[in-house]
Design a protein around this ligand. Structure first.
Ligand code: IMP
Length: 434
């Protein structure tokens, strides 16, 4: 059996994947980003230093781990270089052990302008994007007009293609969105001096990973965003533009499904969502204040306040099924410390007819008609921060975990009880799908 682990979010992102990737990467050979771009924000606390990674995989902080950004990722060359330099300031040197797929789509300044212009025009109907140009870059990819990493290697072609694409964008930006036009020569001027720096990092990353697999090396695949931000399976249109669910690993890396049989879903002990869109268990009371304050629920990419709510087990069960999760990791359990009671949404009631759906119900996009039905659990007063063994957790916290296992029908293998690497409970060895 291979040792590879896929780590993905089961909610709307910000589940704490970065820390878990970091914790499981100590003995890994490769850590891999396979979708999304620098819209992600993975926060790590190492030796009391806070490091936020947006594009480079989190496991890179271990000196002998190789970082791989595959074809499914949308890459801003400017952000990539900025992040490499940021890591150097933390004495983490990655340039020689970070590879980017030749087929990864480039994010360039016109994508960002377009993202912002669209959101502005949508007004109250806006998606609440991170403004990083993610949607327009993926659109270019699907429309087969994108510039890719490999295009950086041919300056003449790059210049010609850039001129064409910018003309296309300027037409929309100026005529439709009433924004200023963009000068392709300025983009080229900024881009060309950066090419030398990244030239040698551009590789066939599928080959690199296949070689690792052949040598039986451990590979960690780090998902970005969460299952319900998936372009196909999420709360459309309030989603990101990539496949954040399990299929994204396959298309994003070029590896076949037999290499992924440890699929670890990360879920917060409660729910959060940043940006707009349905969020049935959202709270607007003192519990929201508690979760925001104690959980520091502010976006690590945009600084926006995250919306907070109780754990939604209807969604969580759906995430288990659609990703074939082998087990769960529950993060931020300590944030629930001190609450009198804790709720889990186990079904929905239809607002109009009072009909109850069950845990097995399908979630459609008709969220406005659904009201969550909760079961209530006793809270605990003791601190769970930093506890290392499950049997040392308060009895009520142990019951909460057991109930999540019952509802989801998969084991909870890892519990995170604080922001540091050491604040973690390994309940058992990671589960694998047979
Ligand atoms: P985009 O990915 O910037 O296009 O944003 C689309 C939606 O996904 C917005 O609601 C964002 O707030 C959300 N989103 C994108 N990346 C993340 C993330 O890493 N964590 C949480 N939400 C995200």
């Amino acid at each position: 059996m291979n040792k590879n682990i896929v780590i993905l979010g089961t909610q709307w992102g910000d589940e704490g994947k970065g820390k878990i990737v970091d914790c499981l990467s100590a003995d890994a050979a490769y850590v891999v980003r396979y979708q999304g771009g620098h819209n992600a924000g993975h926060t790590l606390m190492v030796n009391d230093e806070k490091i936020i990674l947006h594009l480079i995989p989190s496991g890179i902080l271990y000196n002998d781990v190789i970082g791989v950004i595959t074809n499914g990722v949308v890459v801003s060359p400017f952000e990539l270089i900025k992040e490499i330099h940021m890591l150097e300031k933390h004495k983490c040197f990655v340039k020689k052990r970070l590879f980017v797929s030749h087929a990864a789509t480039l994010i360039l300044p016109y994508h960002i302008e377009m993202d912002l212009a669209r959101e502005k025009k949508l007004g109250k109907q806006s998606i609440g994007t991170t403004g990083r140009g993610i949607g327009p870059a993926y659109e270019d990819k699907i429309a087969r007009r994108a510039l890719r990493m490999e295009d950086l290697k041919n300056e003449h072609m790059l210049s010609m293609r850039l001129e064409e694409i910018v003309e296309y964008y300027n037409h929309q930006l100026v005529s439709y969105y009433k924004q200023k036009s963009i000068n392709y020569k300025k983009i080229l001027q900024d881009l060309i001096p950066k090419i030398d720096f990244i030239h040698d990092m551009i590789r066939d990353t599928t080959n690199i990973l296949n070689e690792g697999i052949k040598q039986n090396k451990k590979i960690i695949f780090e998902g970005a965003q969460g299952s319900f931000l998936d372009i196909d399976h999420g709360t459309y249109p309030y989603v990101t533009s990539s496949n954040t669910t399990i299929g994204g690993v396959i298309t994003g890396t070029g590896l076949g499904p037999k290499h992924f049989n440890c699929i670890l879903g990360i879920t917060k002990a409660y729910s959060t969502r940043v940006g707009h869109g349905p969020f049935p268990t959202e709270l607007f009371n003192h519990v929201d204040k508690h979760l925001s304050k104690i959980g520091h629920e502010f976006g690590s990419t945009t600084g926006r306040k995250r919306r907070t709510g109780w754990l939604d087990a209807v969604y969580l069960r759906k995430a288990v099924k659609m990703n074939s999760l082998s087990s769960l990791c529950i993060t931020k359990l300590d944030v629930l410390d001190g609450l009198d009671e804790i709720k889990i949404c186990t079904s929905y009631k239809k607002n109009t007819h009072g009909l109850k759906n069950t845990l097995h119900s399908n979630i459609s996009n008709q969220h406005d008609f659904l009201r969550p039905v909760y079961e209530t659990h006793c809270g605990w007063k003791e601190k769970t921060l930093g506890i290392k063994k499950i049997e040392d957790l308060p009895y009520e916290a142990q019951n909460y975990i057991k109930r999540i296992e019952e509802i989801t029908e998969i084991p909870v293998d890892i519990i995170s009880t604080g922001p540091k690497r050491s604040d973690i409970i390994f309940v058992r060895n990671l589960s694998y799908n047979k």
